[in-house]
Design a protein around this ligand. Structure first.
Ligand code: BGC
Length: 763
C-alpha cells in the first residue's frame, strides 16, 4: 500500500490460531500469543494496534505469522485431540488509515495477500517448536522482498466470508499476554548420565531466549522440565507433552526465541550445543517469563522465612497459570481451565492481582458453553475441550460440586474485590441455571450424587496416587456443604441485584437445606457424620449448625482430629484446603491452625518448601521425601489450588479483609501466632492502598494501618483484655496493646502415651 500524510493508522487483527503481526518487518505491539484462548466457537477476540509510527513513505508491508496455538494444536488429556476448533489456520486484519486531508481508507485481508512457510516448521502449545533458521526468508515482511530462486513459493491465500465465522469478534476485557520478566540461568552442569542441564533457580512459565552461533544445519534441542529426579530431567509428569524446542542453525548468529508455544520449567536439558564441551555459558540462555499482564495488587510478608517462601510460591503459581485462561497447570499435556481449581483459588487470586477483566471474560465463556445445546451444567474445563474428546464427552458435563459452583463463587469473589455488581448481572443467568436446574437433587433438595460420583475433596493426601478423588471425606457431604454455601450466596447476590423474589426464594431454600443437612449429617451435640478435617471444616465455614453450641462442639472435635489423629498434618484436598484455616479461626482456634501451617513434614504446606519448591505443587507430595516423583498421575509442580491458603494468610496473619464489597469498609484484625514477630499485608483497592503492618516489641503489640480516602476501617487488636473494636476513617493510624507472645512451638498437651509423641513438636 502507498500512503500520503497519514494522520493515524490502526491495525485490527485476529486469527484462527495464534499470530504475530508486523509492519515493514517490525513486530506490532508487545503482545504474545494473540488472540489468546477463548471459546472460539462463541467469541474470538480481536486486537487493535496503533501502527502510525511504523508506516513509512512509499510502499508499506503488513505481515503476519500464524501458528496452530489453541485453535488447531493438540489439546486435552490422555493424548488430547487436534483440530478442536478447525483445521485451517487463518488471519484477518483491517488497517484503518486516516489522512491529514481526504477520507479514511481501509485496507483489509483479501485475495491479494500471499502466504508461504518460513523458518517455523512446527509450533504446538504442548510440544514446542521446531525452527529452521536456514528456511527463514530474510526480509519477507519488508518492502521490496523478492523470494530467492529455489525458495519456498508464495501462493495466494484462500479467503472465507466473515459470515462463515462461528464466533462473534469481540474486544477482550483481559490484558494481553506479555513478556514480563527475564530470569538468568544460575547453573549449567552435567547430570549423572552426562546430559547437559541448565538450572534457572525458579519454576516458571515461558520460554528461552537463546544466543548462539554454530555450523549451518546444526541442530540443538531444549527439553524443558520442572524438576530433576535423581539428577536427571523429570519428564514423566509432562503427560506426553514434548515440551521441547528445536533450533536448526543457519550460518548467522542467532538470538532466538520460540513464538507460539510455552513451557513450565525450571530446568532445560540442552542437546547439541555447538561448542566442544557441549555446554552453553550461563549468559547464552535466558528464561523469558510470560503471562497475562495483570497488575499486582496484594502483598504479604512476615518474620517467618518459610511462610514468605510459601507466599512467593503461591504468587509464582498464579503467574504461571494466568496465561490467557486460568489453567490448572502450565507444563503437561493438559493446561486446561479447570473450574474447580479457580473456585478454590478465587479469593487468593483476586487479592494478589487485579483479575476482574481476565476472570470475567473467562466467565462469559463459561456461561456460553454451559448453555450450549440448551445445557445448564458448567463444563469442567473452560474453554471446553473435553466435550470434544470421545472418551470424555459424557463425563465432561456431569454435575460436580465445587467445579460447577465456580459459576456462583467466582463472580462473588470478583464483586467483593471490585465492588462492581456488573459481574453479578452478567453471570446471574449462569448461576441460576446451575443452582436451579444443573444440580441433580433428591426430593429434599440436597444433592443426588448417585449418578454423579464427586471429585469432591480432590487429592486429599490419603487418596491413592491413582485414584485422587477417593479420599477420606464423603463426597456427598462436601457437595451438600457447598450447595448451602452457594445458596446463601445466591440470596446475597439477589439482594445486591435488587431481586426481592429471588432473595426470598434462596433464603428459604437455604433454611430448608440446612435442616435437611442437619438431619443427615449432624448429631445433636455437633459431631459430624464423617469425622475428617474437611467434613468438620465445611459445616463450620458455611454455618450449617442449628446453634453456636453445636458449632463450637464441632470446632473442638476438629482440633482433636487435627491434633491427635493427624498430628497437625493436613488431610484435606481441593474442598477442605482453602477452608480449614478459616473454620478454625471461626471457632477461636487460630493457634492450632498456625501449628498446621507451620508443620514441615509431609503432608503440609511447608513440606514442599523444605524440599526446595519454588511454586505450589498439585499434590502435597508431588515429590516424595526420597527425591523421586510421586508415582500418581497428578504430579504437577505448578498448580495453584493448594495455594488457596494465601487467603487465610492475608486475612488472619496480615489481618486485612474487605468488610464491604469493593473495600469501602475494611476490617483489620490480625491474629498473631506461630512465634511470628511481625507481618504486613497490603492491597491496592479500588479506593487506593490499604494496609496492615504489625510487630511485637517485648510484650507490646503495635499495629499501623493505612486506610485510603473515602473508606472506613474497623480495627480489632489481639488483646485478651478487651473485645473492643475501633472505627477509623482514612489516614495512617497507630495502635498498640499489651500482648504476651507465647513460647513456640507450644509444649505437647499429651506425652509418651502416644507412640510418636515427638512428632507433635516437630514443626
Ligand atoms: C487437573 C485438576 C482438576 C482435576 C479434576 C486434573 O487433571 O489437573 O486440577 O481439577 O483434573 O478432575
Amino acid at each position: 500500500m502507498v500512503h500520503n500524510r497519514v494522520k493515524k493508522a490502526w491495525l485490527y487483527a485476529t486469527a484462527h490460531g495464534v499470530y504475530e503481526a508486523s509492519v515493514n518487518g517490525e513486530k506490532v505491539g508487545d503482545h504474545i500469543l494473540d488472540p489468546g484462548w477463548s471459546s472460539y466457537n462463541h467469541r474470538l477476540p480481536y486486537q487493535t494496534f496503533d501502527i502510525t509510527k511504523q508506516l513509512q513513505e512509499g510502499e508499506n508491508v503488513v505481515g503476519a505469522m500464524v501458528g496452530e496455538g489453541w485453535w488447531a494444536g493438540r489439546l486435552g488429556i490422555h493424548g488430547g485431540t487436534r483440530n478442536i476448533w478447525g483445521e485451517d489456520l487463518g488471519f484477518i486484519a483491517q488497517i484503518q488509515l486516516s489522512f491529514e486531508d481526504g477520507p479514511t481508507e481501509y485496507v483489509a485481508t483479501d485475495q491479494e495477500w500471499t502466504a508461504s512457510v518460513g523458518g517455523l516448521i512446527t509450533s504446538e502449545i504442548y510440544n514446542g517448536e521446531l525452527y529452521d533458521a536456514r528456511r527463514e526468508p530474510q526480509g519477507w515482511a519488508k518492502p521490496g522482498f523478492e523470494p530467492e530462486v529455489g525458495a519456498e513459493a508464495w501462493a495466494s491465500v484462500k479467503t472465507t466470508s466473515l459470515e462463515s465465522l462461528a464466533a462473534t469478534l469481540v474486544v477482550s476485557q483481559a490484558p494481553p499476554v506479555r513478556r514480563v520478566q527475564e530470569v538468568e540461568a544460575v547453573a549449567v552442569f552435567r547430570s549423572p548420565s552426562g546430559k547437559v542441564l541448565v538450572d534457572f533457580g525458579q519454576n516458571l512459565v515461558g520460554w528461552l531466549r537463546v544466543a548462539v552461533q554454530g555450523p549451518e544445519g546444526h541442530t540443538i534441542t531444549f527439553q524443558h522440565v520442572e524438576v530433576l529426579e535423581h539428577g536427571e530431567a523429570g519428564t514423566r509428569p509432562l503427560w506426553g507433552a514434548d515440551a521441547k524446542d528445536t533450533l536448526i542453525l543457519s550460518s548467522r548468529a542467532e538470538l532466538w526465541e520460540p513464538t507460539f508455544t510455552y513451557h513450565g520449567f525450571r530446568y532445560v536439558e540442552v542437546t547439541g550445543w555447538p561448542t566442544t564441551d557441549g555446554m552453553p555459558a550461563l549468559q547464552d540462555l535466558t528464561a523469558i517469563v510470560i503471562h497475562t499482564d495483570l497488575e499486582k495488587t496484594g502483598h504479604f510478608s512476615c518474620s517467618e522465612p518459610l511462610l514468605n517462601k510459601l507466599h512467593q510460591n503461591i504468587v509464582w503459581s498464579m503467574r504461571g497459570n494466568f496465561l490467557s485462561i486460568p489453567s490448572d497447570c502450565p507444563q503437561r499435556g493438559e493446561r486446561l481451565g479447570w473450574t474447580g481449581d479457580i473456585q478454590a483459588f478465587g479469593p487468593t487470586a483476586t487479592y494478589l492481582y487485579e483479575s476482574s477483566g481476565f476472570l470475567s471474560d473467562w466467565l462469559k465463556d463459561l456461561a456460553l458453553e454451559q448453555h450450549e445445546d440448551g445445557g445448564v451444567v458448567p463444563p469442567l474445563v473452560v474453554p471446553d475441550v473435553l466435550c470434544k474428546m470421545p472418551v470424555f464427552k459424557t463425563r465432561a458435563k456431569k454435575a460436580q460440586a465445587i467445579w460447577g459452583d465456580v459459576a456462583v463463587s467466582l463472580p462473588w469473589d470478583l464483586y467483593s474485590a471490585s465492588g462492581d455488581s456488573a459481574i453479578l448481572s452478567q453471570q446471574y443467568e449462569s448461576m441460576q441455571s446451575w443452582m436451579d436446574r444443573g444440580i441433580p437433587r433428591k426430593s429434599n433438595g440436597l444433592w443426588d450424587t448417585s449418578n454423579h460420583p464427586q471429585l469432591a475433596d480432590w487429592l486429599d493426601p490419603s487418596a491413592p496416587p491413582d485414584d485422587p478423588g477417593n479420599g477420606v471425606t464423603d463426597g456427598e457431604l462436601v457437595a451438600n456443604s457447598f450447595l448451602i454455601g452457594m445458596t446463601d450466596l445466591m440470596a446475597r447476590i439477589s439482594a445486591v441485584l435488587s431481586k426481592p423474589c429471588e432473595l426470598k426464594r434462596y433464603n428459604e431454600a437455604a433454611a430448608s437445606l440446612r435442616i435437611e443437612f442437619q438431619k443427615e449429617y449432624i448429631t445433636q451435640n455437633g459431631r459430624i457424620a464423617c469425622d475428617t478435617q474437611t467434613a468438620l471444616s465445611l459445616p463450620i465455614h458455611f454455618s450449617l449448625f442449628s446453634s453456636d453450641a453445636q458449632k463450637l462442639h464441632a470446632g473442638k472435635r476438629l482440633v482433636e482430629v487435627i491434633r491427635s489423629k493427624a498430628r497437625f498434618k493436613i488431610t484435606t484436598g481441593f474442598a477442605g484446603t482453602p477452608l480449614v484455616g478459616h473454620a478454625l479461626t471461626a471457632v477461636g482456634e487460630s493457634q492450632n491452625f498456625y501449628r498446621m501451617l507451620l508443620h514441615r513434614k509431609n503432608p503440609s504446606w511447608l513440606y514442599p518448601v523444605t524440599m526446595g519448591a519454588t511454586t505450589m505443587w498439585e499434590r502435597w507430595d508431588s515429590m516424595l521425601p526420597d527425591g523421586s516423583i510421586n508415582p500418581g498421575m497428578m504430579t504437577s509442580f505448578n498448580h495453584y489450588a493448594l495455594g488457596s491458603i494465601g487467603d487465610w494468610m492475608h486475612k488472619v496473619i496480615g489481618g486485612l479483609r474487605c468488610d464491604e464489597p469493593g473495600w469501602r469498609r475494611v476490617r483489620i484484625a490480625p491474629i498473631p501466632g506461630g512465634g511470628i514477630s511481625f507481618a504486613k499485608t497490603s492491597f491496592n483497592s479500588p479506593y487506593g492502598l490499604v494496609s496492615s503492618d504489625w510487630h511485637i516489641e517485648g510484650d507490646v503489640f503495635v499495629l499501623v494501618v493505612k486506610v485510603p480516602p473515602n473508606t472506613f476501617a474497623t480495627v480489632k487488636l489481639p488483646s485478651d483484655a478487651t473485645e473492643e473494636e475501633m472505627e477509623v476513617g482514612s489516614g495512617t493510624h497507630r495502635f498498640q496493646c499489651s500482648y504476651l507472645m507465647l513460647e513456640w512451638p507450644p509444649k505437647p498437651t499429651y506425652g509418651a502415651f502416644y507412640r510418636n509423641a515427638g512428632d507433635d513438636d516437630e514443626l
